[in-house]
Design a protein around this ligand. Sequence first.
Ligand SMILES: N[C@@H](CCC(=O)N[C@@H](CS)C(=O)NCC(=O)O)C(=O)O
Length: 206
Amino acid sequence: MIRVWGRTNSVNVQKVMWTVAELGLDHERIDAGGAFGGLDSAAYGALNPNRRVPVLEDGGVVVWESNACVRYLAARYGRDSLWPEAPAARAAADMWMDWQISTLHEPMRDLFWGLIRTPPERRDGAALARAEAALLPLWQMVDAHLAAQPFMAGAALTIGDIPLGAFCHRYFALPIARPAMPALEAWRARLAERTAFRTYVMLPLS
Ligand SMILES: N[C@@H](CCC(=O)N[C@@H](CS)C(=O)NCC(=O)O)C(=O)O
C-alpha cells in the first residue's frame, strides 16, 4: 500500500494525493508538518533528511520532493495515462513540472504566504505587489500555451498538468485582481471535472 506523509493543506502534498487518486491507488495518508509537526523526529529524518512534506512510501521505496513523487507514481502506475512513453511527449509534460518548481514557485510562495499565512498588520504591501506583478506574466504564458491544446502536454491529462494545476487552483483562490485568461480558466474548469482534483486540490486555503 502507498503511504503519503503530509497535511492536506500543503500544495506539495496535494500534488501527490491528486496523482494517487487519479491512478486509483490503495493508500493511506498520515498528517505531518504544519500544526501536526512530526518532521523533527529521528524516524522522519530517516525517511526524509530534508524534513519537509510530502514523503511517499511504496513498499521499500521512499521518495521525497513532490514533483519526484508525482513522476515516480506516474512512471510506476500511470504508463497508460499520466506518463507519456515517447521521450518527446514526456519532455513536453516534464518541462512544465520543472518550470513550476524553478520559476513559478517563488512568486507563488511569496504571495500565498504574504496574503494567507501572514496577519494583515504584518503584511508587506510592496513585497506582495512585486510577487503579484511577477506572477501575472507567468500565468499569461500558461494561458497562451493552453489556447492551442486542452492539457499542458496535448490532448490528455499528464504529469505536466499536476503540479501546475495544483498551483493554478491556489492562484485563483487568492484575493487578488486577475485579468481574463480564458484558456487558463477553461483548463482549470476541465481539471475541476475530475474527482481526484476536487477531492485533494480544491480545498479551502488555510
Ligand atoms: N520542494 C519541496 C518543498 C517541500 C516543502 O517545503 N513542503 C512544505 C509544505 S508545502 C513543508 O514541509 N513545510 C514545513 C511544514 O509543513 O511543517 C517539495 O516540492 O516537496
